[in-house]
Design a protein around this ligand. Structure first.
Ligand SMILES: NC(=O)c1ccc[n+]([C@@H]2O[C@H](COP(=O)([O-])OP(=O)(O)OC[C@H]3O[C@@H](n4cnc5c(N)ncnc54)[C@H](O)[C@@H]3O)[C@@H](O)[C@H]2O)c1
Length: 471
C-alpha cells in the first residue's frame, strides 16, 4: 500500500507545542500547506499580528513565522475548515492534570483530546491521518480510534499515529531544527505502517531517516512519559544531594561535575536548583504514577511519586533557608525575586518555582518586588492569585510590586533571590545593586548563577543551593 503524500496539514492547538512545531514543519516543507487552529481568538490574533507580537516567547520563533506565514503557514480559528481540508491532523491540545473527579491531582485531563477527536470525526468527509502530539497516558490512541471509528462517515478511514514532542521550551526552535530523534508510533498493520511512512516523509524533508524512530503505538506513548520522568528524576536526585552538601560543607557543583564526568552518567541535567518547573515534568510524572496505580503497581507508583515530592521539598527547603537566614523572620522585610519564568528564554510560568517561593514569602508577610525580562505583568498577577486563591488580588498587590529592571527591583531590599537563570542576571552590576540595598545585604542563588566569592568580596552575604559555607 503506497503511503499517502501529504500536501495539507492542520494542527489543533496553537500553544507552546503546536505553534512552534507546525511553524517549523511549514518552514521546512514549503510544498505543504500548514494551518494551525485554536479556538482561543486572542492567541490566534497574536500569531497573526502584523508586528509579529507572537503569543509565546521562544528564541528564533519569530524568524520562522516571518518566513512562512502567509506563504504556506496560516493561523485561524476556523477549526472545522482546517480539519475538512487536511489529510494529516496534529492534535496538540493541552492535557493538564485533572483537578476533580477520578484521579484528581494525578491523572491527565483528556477532555480536550476527546473533544478534539470528536470534532475531527464530526467534521471529516474524507480519510485522515490523526497524529497524537499531546502528551497522553498509554493507550489513549486506542480511545481516540474508538471514538473516530464509531463516528466516521462512510468512506472515511482514520489512522492514528503517536508522535510525542520532545522539544524543550527555551530551545524549541533549535530542538525542532535538529531533533535528537523523532518518534512515531503506529499500529503494526499494513495501514498503520503506511500512515507512519507518510509522516516519516514529512519529517524527512529536514530530519535524516536514521533519526526517525518508528515503534508501536503504546511504546511511543509511554516513551514520552518515561523521558520526562527520567529527566526530572535526575534533577530531583541532584537536588537531594544538594541538601546533603549543605549539611556537610560539600559543594554540589563539584559533586555533579565529578559524577557527570562518568561517561555512563553524562553531565546533562545534573545542575542543582530551587526545583524544576514547567508544564510537563510534574504533570507527566503524576500521570505515570496514576498509570502505575491503575496497573496495580504500587511500588512503581511510589518510586516516581518521590521525584515530585523531592521537588516540593527542595522549594520548601529554599524558602525556609531564606527565613532562617534573615534572623528567623521576614515579616515586613523587602525581598527582590529575580526571575518569574520557570526557566530562562521562555515567558512560560507554568509550575514555576518562583510562584511557590513568592507564595511562601507572602504567607510570612514579606514585601516582594519581582523582575522578569519576559513574563507579562498580567500573567504574574494571574499566577499569584491562583497560588493564593483565598487572598483577594488587591491584598496580594499591597505587598507585591512588579518592576522593570534589576535595579528597580533591588532598591532598598534586604535580600535578593535568583529564581530563574536568565542570561541577563549573569551580567548584573552587583556593586550597583549592593550600594542601594539595606545592610546586611543577603543574596540567595537558587540557580547557581553567581560567583559567591566575588559577591562576598563586595560585601554580600551569599547563600547558594548545595553549598554549606556559613554566611
Ligand atoms: N510545553 C512543552 O514544552 C511541551 C513539550 C512537549 C509536549 N507537550 C505536550 O503538548 C501538549 C500541548 O502543550 P502546550 O504547552 O502547547 O499547551 P498550551 O496550553 O500552550 O496549548 C494548547 C492549546 O490547545 C488549544 N485547544 C484545546 N482544545 C482545542 C481544540 N479542540 N481545537 C483547537 N484548539 C484547542 C487551547 O486553546 C490552547 O491554546 C500537552 O499535552 C503537553 O503535555 C508540551
Amino acid at each position: 500500500m503506497a503511503p499517502l503524500k501529504v500536501t495539507k496539514i492542520c494542527c489543533l492547538g496553537a500553544g507552546y507545542v503546536g505553534g512552534p512545531t507546525c511553524a517549523v514543519v511549514a518552514l521546512k516543507c514549503p510544498h505543504i500547506k500548514v494551518t494551525i487552529v485554536d479556538f482561543n481568538q486572542a492567541r490566534i490574533d497574536a500569531w497573526n499580528s502584523p508586528d509579529y507580537n507572537l503569543p509565546i516567547y521562544e528564541p528564533g520563533l519569530e524568524d520562522v513565522v516571518r518566513q512562512a506565514r502567509g506563504r504556506n503557514l496560516f493561523f485561524s480559528t476556523n477549526v472545522d475548515q482546517a480539519i475538512l481540508e487536511a489529510e494529516l491532523i496534529f492534535v496538540s491540545v493541552n492535557t493538564p492534570t485533572k483537578k476533580s473527579g477520578v484521579g484528581a491531582g494525578f491523572a491527565a485531563d483528556l477532555n480536550y483530546v476527546e473533544l478534539a477527536t470528536r470534532q475531527i470525526a464530526r467534521v471529516s468527509t474524507s480519510s485522515k491521518i490523526v497524529v497524537e502530539k499531546s502528551t497522553v497516558p498509554c493507550r489513549t490512541a486506542e480511545s481516540m480510534r474508538t471514538i473516530l471509528e464509531a463516528n466516521s462517515k462512510p468512506g472515511c478511514r482514520f489512522d492514528i499515529l503517536s508522535n510525542p514532542e520532545f522539544l524543550a521550551e527555551g530551545t524549541a526552535i533549535q530542538d525542532l531544527f535538529a531533533p535528537d530523534r523523532v518518534l512515531i508510533g503506529s499500529l503494526q498493520t499494513p495501514e498503520g505502517k503506511s500512515a507512519c511512512e507518510s509522516l516519516v516523509e514529512v519529517y524527512n524533508n529536514w530530519v535524516p531517516k536514521q533519526k526517525i524512530f518508528t515503534v508501536g503505538l503504546w511504546s511511543s506513548e509511554l516513551s514520552k512519559l518515561a523521558a520526562n520522568a527520567m529527566l526530572a528524576q535526575r534533577i530531583s536526585s541532584i537536588n537531594a544531594l544538594s541538601a546533603i552538601c549543605e549539611a556537610t560543607g560539600a559543594n554540589i557543583d563539584e559533586v555533579s561535575n565529578a559524577v557527570g564526568m562518568d561517561s555512563r552518567v553524562g553531565p546533562k541535567f545534573l545542575r542543582a536548583s530551587v526545583g524544576f518547573g514547567g508544564s510537563c515534568f510534574q504533570k507527566d510524572i503524576l500521570n505515570l504514577v496514576y498509570l502505575s496505580e491503575s496497573l496495580h503497581l504500587p511500588e512503581v507508583a511510589a518510586y516516581w511519586r518521590q521525584v515530585v515530592e523531592m521537588n516540593d521539598y527542595q522549594k520548601r527547603r529554599f524558602s525556609k533557608r531564606v527565613v532562617d537566614t534573615l534572623f528567623n523572620t521576614i515579616t515586613g522585610k523587602r525581598i527582590a525575586v529575580l526571575g518569574f519564568a520557570f526557566k530562562a528564554d521562555t515567558g512560560d510560568t507554568r509550575e514555576s518555582a518562583a510562584i511557590t517561593l513568592i507564595r511562601d514569602f507572602q504567607a510570612e508577610r514579606a514585601r516582594i518586588s519581582i523582575y522578569d525580562p519576559k513574563v507579562e505583568e498580567s500573567q504574574i498577577w494571574q499566577d499569584l492569585q491562583e497560588a493564593s486563591p483565598t487572598v483577594p488580588l488587591v491584598d496580594i498587590q499591597k505587598n507585591v510590586t512588579i518592576t522593570h529592571s534589576v535595579l528597580e527591583a533591588t532598591r532598598d531590599v534586604e535580600a535578593v533571590i535568583i529564581a530563574t537563570e536568565w542570561r541577563e542576571f549573569k551580567l548584573i552590576d552587583w556593586h550597583a545593586v549592593y550600594a542601594q540595598m539595606s545592610k546586611p545585604a543577603f543574596l540567595f542563588d537558587g540557580r547557581l548563577l553567581v560567583n559567591p566569592d566575588e559577591l562576598r568580596q563586595i560585601g554580600f552575604r551569599v547563600s547558594v543551593i548545595g553549598r554549606g559555607e556559613t554566611l
